[in-house]
Design a protein around this ligand. Structure first.
Ligand code: NAD
Ligand code: TYD
Length: 337
């Protein structure tokens, strides 16, 4: 089987590349990634030299490049490539619309022209919007995205569906909840807070710290995507939730407890604009295809924290240059609560 993985130098994409090579020894993986600030070849260091993996630095909005790759023959495409950080989308949405929406269109056009066995569009639980109370989102619920990131992802999600409904491209769409695990860029909650704490720096908790996210181990996410590739019906959407809804402050307390850090490093700061209160996924549809999350949450979080403890070489060099420019804009001088 020949896979095209886009965004395979990012957090989830690089874990998925590892997953494919380990799970399917006979597979070939073409990895197309632009290497934005979030793309990192260190995520693929341990498979450098593996002849089954071909890395190509390139942009999914580049029609000529994308079409030539598809027309060389690809069995399955999995589109992870995206701008992914909500806070950055609030400050500067343009790149989100270009990559997440237009880039997805370019990939779908190439799949339509050149043919493919399965096209997986990696969407997100954030497309459902904020689920303040009540039951978890199911795949047929309305989409009510509330920030430029989730709105761009919702656009791509429905565009992918339209290529199935209109042209018969064999598309499946997955909507996963918040992932945690190794190789996550230290702008997202868990790696940002763990690495700040390891440097004895304060952690910026937005609002009252009681927003809820459903946490999914990245390897359970990879297994869920694989299940959809193998068993998913064309044109269908599948939620992939961890079943671990937690308030942010609970996650923060786990990190403080595990690392033995003082309460004085907790800093409550002005809330994110339009901050979604809660995401909540019902994953019964994927469970009917045989998928279950396997990583127990408390153990998974501990292992993840320990991974950042042991791999300072990986994140220390990321916290420099552009990172500090972003960090300064985002956090320095931010009003405290
Ligand atoms: P990430 O930011 O770590 O990685 C994104 C990757 O895409 C990077 O390697 C980057 O270089 C690449 N990229 C960006 N623009 C590109 C372009 N124009 N052309 C080619 N490559 C480009 O993101 P992630 O957390 O690994 O998320 C991967 C996917 O999963 C995204 O589509 C995201 O919306 C979705 N998702 C993420 C989560 C989560 O919790 N992280 C949850 C649900 C869904
Ligand atoms: P994040 O990791 O950015 O994921 P998303 O917003 O896509 O769910 O944030 C997870 C939660 O943590 C979210 O409720 C916002 C909160 N958060 C903070 O409190 N402080 C921070 O510095 C960051 C980055 C996030």
């Amino acid at each position: 089987m020949k896979y095209l993985v886009t965004g395979g130098a990012g957090f989830i994409g690089s874990n998925f590349v590892h997953y494919l090579l380990q799970t399917y020894p006979g597979c070939t993986v073409i990895n197309l990634d632009k290497l934005t600030y979030a793309g990192n070849l260190d995520n693929l260091k341990d498979i450098a030299g593996d002849a089954r993996h071909h890395f190509i630095q390139g942009d999914i909005t580049d029609e000529t490049l994308v079409e030539s790759m598809f027309c060389e023959g690809i069995d399955v495409a999995v589109n992870f490539a995206a701008e992914t950080h909500v806070d950055r989308s609030i400050g500067d949405p343009a790149a989100f619309i270009k990559t997440d929406v237009y880039g997805t269109y370019v990939l779908l056009e190439a799949a339509k022209r050149c043919g493919i066995k399965k096209f997986i569009q990696i969407s997100t639980d954030e497309v459902y919007g904020s689920i303040e109370h009540g039951r978890s989102s199911i795949e047929t619920d309305q989409l009510l995205p509330r920030n430029p990131y989730s709105a761009s992802k919702a656009g791509a999600d429905r565009l992918a569906y339209s290529y199935y409904a209109t042209y018969g491209v064999p598309v499946c769409i997955t909507r996963a909840s918040n992932n945690y695990g190794p190789y996550q860029y230290p702008e997202k909650l868990i790696p940002l807070f763990v690495t700040n704490l390891l440097e004895n720096k304060p952690v910026p908790i937005y609002g009252d710290g009681r927003n809820v996210r459903d946490w999914l181990h990245v390897m359970d996410h990879c297994r869920g995507i694989d299940c959809v590739i193998r068993n998913g019906a064309d044109g269908e959407v599948y939620n992939i939730g961890g079943g671990n809804e937690r308030e942010n402050i609970e996650i923060v307390n786990l990190m403080f407890g595990h690392l033995g850090k003082p309460e004085s490093l907790k800093q409550y700061v002005k809330d994110r604009l339009g901050h979604d209160r809660r995401y909540s996924l019902d994953s019964a549809k994927l469970a009917r295809l045989g998928w279950r999350p396997q990583v127990e949450f408390a153990a998974g979080i501990r292992e993840t924290i320990d991974w950042y403890v042991k791999n300072r070489w990986w994140w220390e060099k990321l916290k420099s240059g552009e990172y500090w420019e972003y960090y300064r804009k985002q956090y320095v001088d931010r009003e405290q609560k």
